[in-house]
Design a protein. Sequence first.
Length: 311
Amino acid sequence: MNILDLIKSAFLGLVEGITEWLPISSTGHMILVDEFVKLDVSEEFWNMFLVVIQLGAILSVCVLYFHQLNPFSPSKGREGRRSTWSLWGKIVVGCIPAAVVGVPLSDFMDEHFYNSYVVAAALIVYGIAFIVIENWRARRRSELALDRPRGAHFAASVAADAVEQGSDFGTITSIGQITYKTALGIGAFQVLSLVPGTSRSGSTIIGGLLLGCTRAVAAEFTFFLAIPVMFGASLLKVVKFMLKGVAMGANEWGIMIVGLVVAFVVSLAAIRWLTGFVRRHDFKAFGWYRIVLGVVVLAYFLLVAPALGRA
C-alpha cells in the first residue's frame, strides 16, 4: 500500500468535504488539484473515485440530520412522522428532474463538457448570478420595508436594516413550508449542475432563493436533495466500474477508504459552518470567490499549463 497515495487521498477528501457543500464547485477545485496531486491509479478508478468519495460527504448529512430525517424516531408523534414522510416525498420529487435528464445525459456531459474552459465559464457565470440575485433580494427587502405604513422615520430605519449584509429575506422560512411544487422547481435548477463547474449545491441554492426560500432553508434543502442524488450517482459509477471488469487492489481500497473517511469528517465541520454562516451573511462572498477561481482556472490552463508543457 502506497503511503504517499494515502496522503494524497486524504487531501482529496479534505477538498471534497469542503467544496461539496459550499456553492463553489467541487469539480472546479478537483480539476485544479488533479494537476498537482496525481494518484497512481488507473483512469477508470480515478473517475469512479471522484464520484464515490462523495459518499463520505453525504453520510455526514445523514448523521447531522438523522433525527429530522428519521420517520421512525421514537420521540416523534404521529404528526412528526407524517411531516418527515412528507419531507422525504418532497426530496424525491426534487430529484425527479435530475433523474430524468441527468441519467441519460451523464456520459455525454462528461465526454463533451468536462474540461477546464467549461468549468471556468460556469464558475464565473454562476458567481455573477449569486451577486446579482443577492443584490436583487436586498433591493426587494428595502422596497417591502418602505411600503410598511408605520411612519416615514420608522420605515427608513427598517429599510436601512434590511440592506445590511446579514439580513435575510424569503416567504419560505422553514423546511416544512416548502411545497411539492417548490421542491420540483428547486430540483429543476439542480439539473443545471450537469454542466461541470456549476456546483450542485450552488444551482439548488440559487433555485431556492429565486423561489422564495431564505438562505438557511435553501441550504438545508440542498443538503437533503443530495442524499438520493449522490447515492444514485455513486452506485451508477460503481456498477459501470465493475462491469468493465477492473479489479481493485489493496492500494485502491486504501485510497477509497481514506478519502471517504476524511470527506465525512470534514463535511461535518463544513455543513455546521455553512448553516451558521448563512444565518448572518449572504452568498455574495461565494460569488466573488467563484469569479476569482474561474479566472485562475482560465489563466492556468491558457497560460501556465502550456508553458509547463501540460496543455
